[in-house]
Design a protein. Structure first.
Ligand SMILES: Cc1cc2nc3c(=O)[nH]c(=O)nc-3n(C[C@H](O)[C@H](O)[C@H](O)COP(=O)(O)OP(=O)(O)OC[C@H]3O[C@@H](n4cnc5c(N)ncnc54)[C@H](O)[C@@H]3O)c2cc1C
Length: 411
């Protein structure tokens, strides 16, 4: 029984049973290709096809968008996404590829778009048929997001967009982008407006997507260049000049707050995926020989692993606290702590794994002699992105210090 099953309402009991039965019969088999560590590194059409087919099947079975109204393609259920997530995680399903769509675009569109637009966009977003990306960051606007310069100039009931977005995950497969733009240069915050933009149909005709290569050799994010892209005013969300407020809805949900739960990232463990946890670290230490003995027998190393186990257990407790209604006095207090802890622990686990593997840590994917198929150096390098994406560790600490604890502002 999962942690929360004993609190289920009769509707939730029935729904949980449905999820469990369906997953037992329909969980997808091993993919024929290597899957990336997260949706942010999907590179090939084969990877996407496998993951999109899984998302569509899970949507058709009623496990995605459960708490959204039926009119926008949801299930009109009450607090059932949480249950679907627990069951998908327990069944170790693959992750859902439309991660930006589900976690950020869906709640933003739901709260800020006109009914006709929501009804048109959300069903294909939930099913994963339309992949979404997020056009916020620019070369001169990352942590200081309100400095966005990509500009939309009004032309009657159309807008002409020019500018440069960067680090745009999944733009190479995306049909749609959530886009934060400047519509007035004389006001920093009130000069921003928020649009949804069909980018795929405009490729080569106002939109250029250029993949950026990560130090892992993967291409998960991109530069996106807008040159005189014409967009209809009906794609604007909320009022002109209210882009900052709309962006806050996106960021609140990106951090896991907000009342609409994001569908699960799954929990698949298979030959083709890898988990950055202390239990995989212990496996590595058990199977790596050091001075003629398994590395796990080295007392100094055992101590380092124990320190990480303690931090990981602390994170687990904090994640449970984030689900307790009475502890949500500030919308992002526990969520920001958890993002910070999870990304930094993963980085430290990766660093210790490379130390354990020693010289063989230099063997990478595709090398049959590489420990764990070369996934450790891959996850270690990718872990650096996780302490930057969705706000850097420094910025999370600033927010926790200034807005949660009320400390004096940094200069
Ligand atoms: C894997 C990955 C995926 C991403 N996907 C997307 C995406 O899909 N869409 C999108 O729009 N963006 C995406 N991003 C971009 C991400 O949001 C930005 O990288 C992030 O907000 C930081 O901005 P920046 O890179 O411009 O760094 P900067 O803001 O230039 O920061 C540089 C350094 O200065 C520090 N710093 C900045 N301000 C402060 C301050 N006030 N106090 C202390 N230190 C400070 C930062 O911590 C950092 O170390 C992604 C990034 C990564 C790594």
């Amino acid at each position: 029984m999962t942690e929360s099953a004993h609190q289920d309402t009769p509707e939730q009991v029935e729904f949980r049973e449905h999820c469990r039965t369906w997953l037992a019969a329909n969980k997808p088999g091993e993919p024929g290709v290597r899957l990336p560590l997260s949706p942010l590194e999907i590179m090939t059409q084969e990877q996407l096809d496998y993951l999109q087919a899984w998302q569509k099947a899970a949507y058709d079975a009623g496990m995605i968008g459960c708490d959204y109204p039926v009119t926008v393609g949801g299930g009109s259920r009450s607090d059932c996404q949480r249950i679907a997530n627990e069951e998908m995680k327990g069944a170790r399903t693959p992750f859902l590829p439309n991660v930006i769509g589900l976690g950020m675009a869906a709640p933003t569109v739901f709260y800020h778009a006109q009914d006709e637009l929501k009804e048109r966009l959300l069903p294909r977003l939930f099913s994963g048929e339309d992949i979404w990306c997020q056009g916020f960051s620019e070369p001169g606007a990352g942590s200081d997001l309100a400095s966005v310069q990509t500009f939309a100039e009004r032309k009657g009931d159309k807008w002409l967009i020019n500018g440069h977005k960067v680090w745009t995950s999944l733009a190479h497969f995306a049909e749609w982008m959530i886009l934060l733009l400047r519509t007035d240069r004389s006001h920093k915050y009130d000069g921003l407006s928020y649009f949804v933009v069909p980018i795929r149909s405009a490729l080569g005709n106002g939109v250029t997507v250029r993949p950026l290569i990560k130090m892992t050799g993967e291409t998960g994010f991109n530069e996106v260049i807008f040159e005189d892209l014409e967009v209809d005013d009906s794609y604007r969300l909320d009022e002109l000049g209210k882009g900052w407020q709309v962006a806050m809805t996106t960021l609140l949900h990106e951090r896991g707050a907000g009342d609409l739960k994001t569908p699960s990232a799954g929990g698949m463990k298979s030959k083709t995926t890898h988990s950055t946890t202390t239990s995989s670290l212990i496996d590595l230490a058990r199977n790596t020989m050091r001075n003629g003995r398994p590395a796990l027998e080295d007392p100094l190393l055992r101590d380092q692993i124990m320190q990480l186990i303690i931090r990981e257990a602390g994170l687990g407790i904090n994640q449970r606290r984030a689900r307790v209604a009475g502890l949500q006095d500030h919308p992002s207090r526990l969520l920001l702590q958890n993002k910070l802890l999870a990304s930094e622990i993963a980085q430290d686990i990766g660093a210790l794994a490379l130390e354990i593997a020693g010289a063989s840590a230099s063997l990478y994917l595709g090398d049959s002699n590489a420990p764990a198929g070369g996934q450790w150096p891959l996850s270690y390098m990718n872990s650096y992105g996780m302490t930057i994406a969705a706000g850097t560790s420094e910025v999370q600490r600033n927010i926790l210090g200034e807005r949660v604890l009320g400390l004096a502002k940094s200069k």
